[in-house]
Ligand binder design. Structure first.
Ligand code: 13P
Ligand code: SF4
Length: 321
């Protein structure tokens, strides 16, 4: 696909954005890391596309001077925490996350103070300030394994996603104190419409992200992180899948398994609210401009940045990297 930046969108003349981004990548010694929920053009120009754990591992290992993070703010923050001396760019600084927003630092500090003997495990979908108050960070792909590695009598606070927390409790048989946050996208799926869709596609497997509510997850044949869903869809003998996560990932599913059919699960309302409005703020044009202008840049409070590093490193150690 040939995407141009027209004079109406910018004072710049029309330009082949894919070629211009490739040139800037070489000039800046930059790497483009993208999440699966980004628009297809961004996924196609990225050096690496992955889930939050894969993206963190790539950020920790890169030798590039500049990291262009095509995802949301907490992901770019994580890359910056792992690379305090590198330039980390986010195409749109307003690309936030409802889940991260559902856990304000002051309220979380008071919550934590009520449970002084608890270890704090925070899902990576939180701000750097929350990470700095945490003992271990986890993602949807390693949360179960990290909790299983802790002593059975260890008391745990799990924040901020109540749905992932409940799922981890079910999988591990552990009790945890849950912060009551959630993702606006994954809570939008309709159980009723999902069941109707299954009726219309009886051969389809339902694959779902653990940020979904329990009433939706109980219809799933497989639950996992975005990368796990992608791998499952490729390896499964089934030819049809109902995908219960942000539909941006279907671009990669179709690329990697072109002979299979992927049906996005419908939201409750008649809207496109199964698309993450935060992730979709990034565009190929904004990505190009961020590289050209070397901004917007992620800048963090140095103390928060330093304190947030330890729990991320702990996660990487506990995840075998
Ligand atoms: P993963 O890609 O790590 O599964 O996370 C999904 C998500 O909601 C990112 O915001
Ligand atoms: Fe946050 Fe949900 Fe969007 Fe992921 S999909 S960035 S958790 S709002």
């Amino acid at each position: 696909m040939f995407t141009t930046l027209t004079p109406a969108a910018s004072p710049l003349p029309s330009l082949d954005l894919f070629a211009a981004i490739e040139t800037l990548k070489r000039d800046l010694n930059a790497v483009i890391l993208a999440h699966y929920y980004q628009e297809p053009d961004i996924q196609d120009v990225a050096d690496y596309i992955g889930d939050s754990l894969g993206l963190s591992r790539q950020a920790a290992a890169t030798s590039a001077d500049v990291i262009v993070f095509a995802g949301v703010h907490f992901m770019a923050e994580t890359a910056k925490i792992l690379n305090p001396d590198k330039l980390v760019l986010l195409p749109d600084l307003n690309a936030g996350c409802s889940l991260a927003d559902s856990c304000p630092p002051d309220a979380f500090a008071a919550f934590k103070a009520k449970h002084p003997d608890h270890l704090v495990i925070s899902y990576i979908n939180c701000t750097a300030a929350i990470k700095a108050m945490s003992d271990i960070i986890c993602t949807s792909s390693n949360a179960v394994s990290i909790v299983q590695q802790l002593p059975a009598d260890q008391k745990i606070i799990f924040a901020p996603d109540r749905n992932l927390g409940r799922y981890v409790m079910q999988q591990t048989g552990r009790d945890m104190v849950l912060w009551q946050g959630s993702c606006m996208v994954h809570e939008t799926f309709s159980e009723k419409k999902l069941v109707q869709l299954q009726g219309a596609h009886p051969q389809a497997e339902v694959i779902a992200h653990p940020e979904c509510e329990e009433m939706v997850l109980r219809h799933a044949h497989f639950v996992g992180s975005t990368t796990a869903l992608l791998n499952y869809a490729q390896q499964s003998a089934s030819r049809e899948f109902i995908v219960v996560t942000e539909p941006g990932i279907i671009h990669q599913m179709q690329k990697q398994a072109p002979d299979k059919v992927f049906i996005p699960a419908p939201p409750t309302a008649t809207c496109a609210c199964n698309e993450c409005p935060h992730m979709r703020l990034n565009t190929l044009e904004k990505l190009y401009l961020a590289m050209k202008n070397r901004q917007p840049e992620i800048i963090l409070d140095p103390k928060v940045q330093q304190e947030a590093l330890k729990p991320i490193q702990r996660m990487l150690e506990l995840s075998g990297s």
